[in-house]
Design a protein around this ligand. Structure first.
Ligand code: ADP
Ligand code: MG
Length: 343
């Protein structure tokens, strides 16, 4: 990929533009930014009031003229303009050589259409990239998990994000089979809100539901399951109220999205060529993404598939670390990058 010699090189960076979190890796420096993919907009002036962490704190507690927007839905750009502003803000935040334009590698879900891929690249150019490349997220995740992607031996990676779950079998530098379903951690939060409303007449915000999921959510029964006191608004009396929620209730609430994720893994296994399927019997499955942190999910998946399941070392970072490795070894890994060829 020839670079335009007349443009001064900036700090090359890799971006994991996730539905829940955006991370930026800067070449030779590592992960420099990790913030929620949220922008708070003043709807009267169309001005961005806050981006990232500060904007996430505003979700569910904004006055009527302020809206906290998550510009990515289901792993794709739902609001192009806001995504671009967010990307520009994050890039500016880490980019110290302001006069120079960086090369940017951005991850996209494997199920994305050509048009959606262009939209991501376009956002990177608008945000100041000299060159923009995209990399399939499962490939980046697998590299970031340290799986031997270039070997003939098959590896399986399952990346569970906020809006999508991506399952892929990788061998010899390419994705052999993959399945992307538009279900992730966010769906679990929504189900918890519905459950508590139906069973306890209590209204919860999505952020509280997410905290409950992280604190006592699980994919399989385990010893000494905790309960949690949950505060919300009573639907009948309209007043603040506290109820006690058990781990098994939360498991029941999130059961459906969880089954959809497991089905995606099963589907991928069913469609894996026999030689690679045999490899997976030995090497097992690696799970990553924030959703991999759901308690005992690895036990549940092992039970459902009969395979060994390992959790990535740093599930929230594997995608950006994998894309970052492509930056560091640009020549070696160029084969896994895609570019629209615009310079
Ligand atoms: P994305 O790639 O879509 O931005 P991430 O990989 O950053 O998503 O994961 C975000 C998701 O992981 C969210 O739905 C979040 O609630 C979930 N998550 C993070 N930590 C935990 C945890 N400890 N237990 C369960 N879910 C978690
Ligand atoms: Mg992700």
């Amino acid at each position: 990929m020839p670079d335009n010699p007349f443009v001064v090189a900036g700090q090359d960076m890799a971006v994991d533009l996730g539905t829940a979190n955006t991370l930026v890796y800067v070449r030779n420096q590592g992960v420099l930014l990790n913030e929620p993919s949220v922008v708070a907009i003043n709807t009267n002036t169309n001005e961005a009031l806050a981006v990232g962490m500060d904007a996430k704190r505003m979700i569910g507690r904004t006055p009527s003229h302020v809206k906290a927007i998550r510009p990515l839905r289901d792993g794709v750009i739902a609001d192009f303009d806001i995504t671009e502003r967010m990307l520009r803000y994050f890039i500016k935040k880490v980019h110290r050589r302001r006069w120079a334009k960086p090369r940017i590698v951005i991850c996209v879900p494997s199920g994305i259409t050509g048009v959606e891929r262009r939209a991501v690249e376009e956002a990177a150019y608008h945000a100041g990239a000299r060159n923009a490349f995209t990399i399939d997220e499962p490939m980046a995740a697998a590299i970031g998990c340290g799986l031997p992607v270039n070997e003939p031996t098959g590896s399986m990676v399952v990346d569970i994000g906020g809006g999508t779950t991506e399952v892929a079998v990788i061998a010899m530098g390419g994705i052999v089979v993959s399945k992307s379903v538009r279900v992730g951690g966010d769906d679990m939060d929504e189900r918890i809100v519905e459950w508590v409303k139906k069973e306890h007449n209590l209204l919860l915000g999505l952020r509280t539901a997410e905290q409950i999921k992280m604190a006592i959510g699980s994919a399989y029964p385990y010893h000494n399951e905790p309960s949690a006191e949950v505060k919300g608004r009573d639907l009948v009396a309209g007043l603040p109220k506290t109820v006690l929620l058990t781990a098994s209730e939360v498991r029941a609430a999130i059961q459906e999205p969880l089954s959809m994720m497991i089905d995606a893994v099963r589907y991928t296994l069913d469609n894996t060529p026999p030689e690679l399927a045999a490899d997976l019997m030995n090497v097992g499955i690696t799970i990553t993404g924030g959703g991999a942190l759901l308690k005992v999910l690895h036990h549940r998946l092992a039970f459902e598939t009969g395979l060994r399941v390992e959790i990535a070392e740093r599930p929230l970072q594997s995608v950006v670390v994998g894309s970052g490795r492509c930056l560091e070894q640009f020549d070696v890994l160029q084969g896994v990058l895609e570019s629209s060829g615009r310079f």
